[in-house]
Design a protein around this ligand. Structure first.
Ligand SMILES: *Cc1c(COP(=O)(O)O)cnc(C)c1O
Length: 376
């Protein structure tokens, strides 16, 4: 394959298998939120994650809300979340009428700082939602100990870490409940989709009830509680069954793309790869680098602008959640989050990038970097 003029940051990897399963679901007439692919996906996904159960949902945001709602989190409660994450993590807490309490991330993993999470626990704290930022699992052994000490629910937002391992255990089995997203730019996708894995049967049953509008499974059109329509379709589940069968191939190729970027581009302090802690196999969501030395700013945006002109799309890291208007009155100082948000950039990462494509992108990044550093 030859070089392309323009490289997007993400692209789904869909094959004949996805087409076959999707058409099969379509022709069967089971296009809505019942059907054999749904059950098959939930069983196979739970097995892959080492969890007892998987509850498929319409997307990753409602997966987060579903867990918190099923756990009974509501007004007056506080939920500890990292300051550096996608907005959905905090919004899910807000949907419950509860208050997100933001904690800084660790410079070693870019995930929630466990000591600062411990310091944020108060009488109203009910849960911690850790986020596996850019594919790197949070410190679940330490978080489990913290949550056990205070009787808190531990939720893992693994939207970005499908395929990651911590001490050999997959995300999906590292917290009380783990949420996934299958949005179009995630490692495996159905366009939109999500899932919660758990080994807590009572929590799973409550999530199934709430997912289906709160309808009593033994009495049709009887709704003992206010639920939601958070169901996934059988069409989306058909795509996910195929993606799951091909997951090792997809993860393997994305790993290789990121490994090549890291080998060819790491040049501290100008450009620094994502750190990975011992015992961690990071999921290959999006190649992540920090531009410039700690505490600096501006170089990342300059690199992004130059790469845009050279035909390489990039993404800046997330804006710290406490910097967003709905969360502006949140207390606390989050210096690591602020620094990462200023310096972080994601490069194109998808399975269909050929070796030639990766080389072309690397050449363009090098050209952009030498332009920037040459001018300083
Ligand atoms: C993608 C993502 C979500 C939300 O997933 P959707 O399927 O887009 O609703 C939640 N948390 C994190 C960290 C994400 O990256």
């Amino acid at each position: 394959m030859s070089a392309q003029d323009r490289y997007p940051v993400a692209r789904p990897c869909l094959s004949d298998l996805e087409e076959r399963y999707l058409l099969d679901a379509y022709r069967s007439g089971w296009v809505s939120s019942q059907g054999p692919y749904l059950q098959r996906f939930e069983e196979q996904f739970a097995a892959r994650c080492g969890a007892a159960t998987a509850v498929a949902t319409g997307n990753g945001t409602v997966a987060l809300h579903l867990v918190l709602a099923a756990a009974g989190i509501g007004p007056g409660d506080e939920v500890i979340v990292p300051a550096l994450t996608y907005v959905a993590t905090a919004n899910a807490v807000t949907y419950c009428g509860a208050r997100p309490v933001f904690v800084d991330v660790s410079p070693e993993s870019w995930c929630i700082d466990v000591e600062q999470a411990a310091a944020a626990v108060g009488p109203r704290t009910r849960a911690v939602v850790a986020v596996d930022l850019y594919g790197h699992p949070a410190d679940y052994p330490a978080l489990r100990a913290l949550c056990a000490r205070h009787g808190l629910l531990l939720v893992a937002d693994a939207a970005e870490s499908f395929g990651a391992l911590l001490d050999g255990r997959p995300t999906g089995d590292l917290a009380d409940a783990t949420t996934f997203s299958f949005f179009g730019n995630k490692v495996i996708t159905a366009g939109e989709g999500g899932c919660v894995t758990t080994s807590d049967p009572a929590l799973a049953e409550r999530m199934r009830l709430l997912r289906n509008q709160g309808m009593d499974p033994r009495r049709r059109y009887f709704f003992p509680v206010v639920g939601f329509n958070y169901r996934l379709t059988n069409l989306a589940a058909a795509l996910l069954c195929a993606q799951l069968e091909r997951a090792d191939e997809i993860v393997g190729r994305r790993d290789a793309v990121i490994a090549t970027y890291e080998r060819e581009l790491s040049d501290p302090p100008l450009i620094n790869p994502q750190p990975v802690l011992p015992g961690v196999r990071r999921a290959p969501w999006m190649a992540s680098f920090l531009v410039g030395p700690p505490g600096t700013g501006g170089l990342r945006d300059e690199l992004a602008r130059t790469l845009d002109l050279l035909g390489v799309d990039t993404r800046p890291f997330f804006v710290p959640i406490p910097d967003l208007p709905p969360y502006a009155d949140a207390a606390g100082d989050h210096p690591v989050t602020a620094d990462l948000a200023r310096r972080g950039i994601n490069l194109p990462t998808f399975a269909e990038l050929s070796d030639v494509d990766v080389k072309v992108i690397i050449d363009r990044v090098r050209a952009a970097l030498s332009g920037i550093s040459g001018r300083r």
